[in-house]
Write a protein that binds this ligand. Sequence first.
Ligand code: F6R
Length: 240
Amino acid sequence: MKVYCAKDYEQASKVAAAIISAQVLMKPDCVLGLATGSTPIGTYEQLIKRYKEGELDFSQVHSINLDEYRGLRPDNDQSYRYFMNTHLFDFVNIDKKNTFVPDGLEEDKEKACRDYDEIIRAHGGVDLQVLGLGHNGHIGFNEPDSCFAKGTHCVTLAESTVAANARFFASADEVPKEAYTMGIQSIMQAKKILVIVSGESKKEIVKKAFYGPITPQVPASVLQLHPDVTIVGDEAALSE
Ligand code: F6R
């Protein structure tokens, strides 16, 4: 596990973007596993900047996102598809046909999960998986549990996750209570993993996840077993 401590969020975003850029430069037709949430926004801004400066070409890149709320249309401004379009895809030359997010509108849960696992499999897995870290240690929407979930599955979101996401909705009642998420096995099968963490509120969970016992009660702790993980964080998140 490599840990890169940046002085602040902007610097961390630059370092994370440099790691993703290196992946795209080394393998122009790579598969990027992407995350939503507040943390990677600065990283995506840096990627857009590099693209605009002519340093990056996304024309052959494929992307597979971690998760999507169940029941939200792709054009709903709280859906993760909408997030990806408006924070990255609309501003770089990625072919949207090559970008994948679980189908939040598929009502048949088993089919939605099966289809997504098939997409991951057909792409030969993920080259570089970008992750944020939930305050309860979740990665994707893999919430604390009694075991590590393998493939894509439908989850009932933890109350703390619904509460944390409520800031994006008019009220907590409007936050979807279910989501489709890539499983821990798919995440662990990525060749490389980049975890981005920022802010004082993450310092306890960073310590627990990366320096505590490996347990499904802290899903991110499983990353300690992955051979190629880089954590990029600001001083506040890494202070413990
Ligand atoms: C988002 C995702 C989540 C977030 C996590 C941290 O696609 O999978 O696991 O990465 O909830 O969110 P932020 O960055 O908003 O603190």
